[in-house]
Design a protein around this ligand. Sequence first.
Ligand code: GLN
Length: 518
Amino acid sequence: MNTIQQEKVIVIDFGGQYNQLVARRVRECQVYCEIWSYKTPLDKIREMNPKGIILTGGPNSVYLEGAASAPKELFEMGIPVLGLCYGAQLMMHVLGGKVERAPEREYGRTKVILDPVPSPLYERFPSTMTCWMSHNDYISQLAPGFEVTAHTDNCPVASAQCVEKNLYAIQYHPEVLHTEFGKQILSHFVLDVCECAGDWRMDDFAEQQIEAIRSKVGSGKVLCALSGGVDSSVAAVLLSRAVGKNLTCVFVDHGLLRKDEGDLVESVFGNDGPYDLNFIRINAQDRFYVRLAGVTEPERKRRIIGEEFIRVFEEVAHQIGAVDYLVQGTIYPDVVESGLGGESAVIKSHHNVGGLPDLVDFKEIIEPLRDLFKDEVRKVGLHLGIPEDLVLRQPFPGPGLGIRIIGDITAEKVKMVQNADAIFREEMKEAGLERGADQYFAALTNVRSVGVMGDERTYDYAIALRSVNTVDFMTADVTEIPYSVLKKVMTRIVNEVDHVNRVFYDITSKPPGTIEYE
Ligand code: GLN
């Protein structure tokens, strides 16, 4: 066994919206952490020998028939348990307290008042703090042996504890950044209560994954879909470290890449470069354009691009011979938006997430980055020695420009958006804003309108510019690009890109907008 993994905290998933954030915060405390479903048998959890257990929030009500539950013994193993929101309610419910529909529900920023009771979670905190609440139910009666450690105007038990048994219940969400001291609370739990050493590093994650993949794959053959984006590049290099020559990386140029990107990817990851990836480039532009002709519905476009990808892969796989594993650079935000992250709603389908059509004959999919947020993937990439320029690149979606062209796709429209995008990127760099925004690009709206150029009437397309700042890509603010920069970009685009006569700057945050358009 890998010694690095000895010290871990288990996050038990009850389908809450912020589960991965909980895991992420624990990792930020430099403690290794894994998420397991609430259906995981107790014996299995015991076997993992965690230093601590965190129960997440969830959409159910503990008192209803069939609600996600936990056995009483979970709280009697002598392992510290922290329940968050639903997890807190469940702890009380299972241990003999009472949970009911709250007379006053609480959502969003709420003032929490600490009670004058010493608590290891609130060590040296001021007596009030702002927290993020999101609940309909509340704890109306404590389980025996517990004491209240904080309340709000509407909620008599904002947190409670039974120090003797190391059980802690918190109604609000310490994992979200809106909760003041949230990170410290989780850090107090994992470091002080659970007594974790806090010496785990993201580098360890990479090494653990390499070990785990190596022992899983053995001498099996692995095929990796390399898009040249950050996620798939990191996944590919990770796999190459794990299985060496058994890896083949296929880069499909679907004709929906940024300007000159295909050549760039080939120059970095190709067989003349520093990596040992058995790199194969397939130029499949025409196939994709033919299949996409006339298709306007976003989900159908995504599906077609995804399916065509799989077909191309299948063909390559046949040429290579039997393939045992398929690697994908899926990361956590892809999983959530696809509705595979517990109970959260489907926002968009991702061609790189789960559910491959039956026609594919691979034994298993490996997704080494599935639990990570973008910035964490970048840390892994840097650890693996991938050049900063590549690792810090902005994200680019799998379906590429296909979802940045609203409406139907034609080769001509692809050219327009590529050229406009290249201008936008050049000017952002010129203005020193290259690293000042986390993702920025041009998209082609399907809007045509009347303009005048050289005294002539035009009836041409509008380009939308989008630029956002975000840490984890789950929520995002619009970049405040100086007007002079926007103006220059506008002038260059209408002058240099044929059939564009207007430029918009999109000022929508996420939510309500997503970062991409389709
Ligand atoms: N469904 C429970 C409630 O409404 C828990 C909510 C949550 O965990 N965020 O109180």
